[in-house]
Design a binder for this molecule. Structure first.
Ligand SMILES: O=C(O)C1=C[C@@H](OP(=O)(O)O)[C@@H](O)[C@H](O)C1
Ligand SMILES: C=C(OP(=O)(O)O)C(=O)O
Length: 462
């Protein structure tokens, strides 16, 4: 690792800084990124509930997928790594959860993974035993009330160790092996993952599930559409024809053999590098059709002034003479990357429809404002997003708040602003353990990185 400096975190532990490579010339690179977090963790859950053994080809191997694998193993699934063709690690074979015999208490570590803390508790309700859920310190701040209340409304006991009614981690799910299901009303406005979590298991409820959302709009609808698509692919009948209603018929979830698409959201920082350096980045194997929110990059980056083409499965993005600001609504998990580009834009930008980012890995709206402004930028929070105006940026430390997307946002800024250091780049392991190496590899293809006073240009952490 190129450790330019270190500060200490709240417990006094030194936190290393990563000297973000500064690009003295345009990048010109072809990049492949690891498998999709959202697809990997959905297919792992479905495989654990399926009617036979399943295989995931080219899945993501990262902290979030490892947490999901561990959680499903705790619940009784057998998951083994088998050699495959993926460039980023082995395939996975999954033997589903056994039928519900009485099982001893188990503990599930959710880390900071929203997919684990939201998707696994409903599964634990189908287990005949108690499961204790907890996670990283910040995980205890993430919204969980909707899933806890949903389970209780379904007749599943959820308790806290001190006997109080929990509204966040930690809590215990007292599974009995079966859930009746039926009509369930929730408020899914704090996270689409509440809806996805319940839909993923709904077919295994005795009466299936008619899920109804009431309240402010559910965010990140692309992720719910992804859930519906993977369920249908496994033979589950889902009716989503009425807005805010999803009807999952009871029945088997069929075992599958599934290739996992690369993570198009994580392709974002690399595509952003084309704009930040006025260069060109190509991503092969871009799916022709996908439910991933990252497919929105094609429109977003074009509106920011890039030339974007998708031909023969290769997405090519070329940066223009300037990065254009604009209005960007409902960018979901893409927002930190969009915000980093907006901080480099020549005109003002407004990001909206992302109030729920306050409940992500960190309060992303506050974190983006603090870190962009720390580098001399001009960002402010609105009720449901951000306003970012052009301002000359200077070097400094970008804090990552244990948030992988804050760290990669810092890397993007560092391409265009000399002297940026990113605190705790290793936090990118949440969804992309190889990020420092992939970033360095992208830049090495250009072989024109500016050597700087603190070892600029190596970029990789070892
Ligand atoms: O279901 C999923 O895989 C995800 C849903 C979204 O959550 P929110 O609806 O909380 O934004 C997204 O931001 C997250 O990164 C992944
Ligand atoms: C919000 C995110 O993650 P999680 O799945 O933990 O909610 C994210 O990856 O941007």
């Amino acid at each position: 690792m190129t450790a330019a400096a270190a500060t200490r975190d709240g417990s006094g532990t030194p936190v290393q800084h990563w000297a973000a490579p500064f690009a003295s010339r345009p990048v010109d690179a072809t990049v492949t990124v690891p498998g999709s977090k959202s697809l990997t963790n959905r297919y792992l859950v479905l495989a654990a509930l399926a009617d036979g053994p399943s295989r995931l080809r080219a899945p993501l191997h990262s902290r979030d997928s490892a947490l999901m694998i561990d959680a499903l193993r705790q619940l009784g699934a057998a998951i083994t790594e088998v050699a495959g063709d993926g460039a980023f690690g082995p395939d996975l074979e999954v033997v589903p959860l056994p039928a519900a015999a009485a099982e001893p208490l188990t503990r599930i570590d959710c880390g900071l993974a929203g997919t684990v803390m939201r998707f696994v508790p409903p599964l634990a309700a189908l287990r005949n035993g108690a499961s204790v859920f907890d996670g990283d310190p910040h995980a205890r701040n993430r919204p969980m009330g909707t899933i806890i209340e949903a389970l209780k409304a379904l007749g599943v006991a959820v308790s806290a160790e001190d006997g109080t009614a929990p509204s966040s981690l930690p809590f215990t799910v007292e599974g009995t092996g079966t859930v009746r299901g039926g009509h369930l009303v929730i408020d899914g406005s704090a996270s689409s993952q509440f809806v996805s979590a319940l839909l993923l298991v709904g077919a295994r409820f005795d009466e299936g599930l008619h899920l109804e959302h009431v309240g402010k709009p559910v965010p990140s609808l692309d992720h719910i559409n992804m859930t519906v698509a993977v369920l249908r692919g496994a033979g589950v009948s889902v009716d989503d024809s009425v807005p805010n209603h999803w009807v999952v018929a009871p029945g088997p979830i069929h075992a599958f053999d599934q290739q996992i698409e690369q993570d198009l959201s994580n392709a974002g920082p690399f595509l952003a590098a084309a704009l930040a350096t006025r260069g060109m980045v190509r991503i092969p194997n871009w799916p022709a059709e996908t439910q991933q929110v990252g497919d929105l990059w094609r429109g977003i980056l074009a509106r920011m002034g890039a030339s974007v083409t998708l031909a023969d499965g290769v997405l090519t993005v070329s940066g223009g003479p300037e990065i254009k600001g604009g209005d960007f609504a409902d960018t979901s998990e893409l927002a930190p990357t969009v915000a980093a580009l907006c901080a480099l834009a020549t005109g003002p930008s407004r990001l909206s429809g992302i109030a729920h980012l306050r409940g992500h890995e960190t309060d992303r709206l506050a974190a983006l404002v603090a870190e962009i402004n720390r580098l001399g930028g001009d960002a402010e929070e609105t009720s449901d997003g951000l306003v970012i105006r052009p301002a000359p940026l200077h070097g400094g430390v970008v804090h990552s708040y244990a948030d992988h997307r804050m760290a990669t946002a810092g890397a993007i800024l560092g391409l265009a602003v000399d002297g940026v250091q990113v605190e705790d780049i290793a936090t990118t392991a949440k969804t992309m353990p190889d990020f420092p190496q992939l970033w360095a590899g992208m830049l090495a293809q250009d072989a024109a990185m500016a050597p700087g006073p603190e070892g600029r240009g190596s970029g990789a952490e070892h």
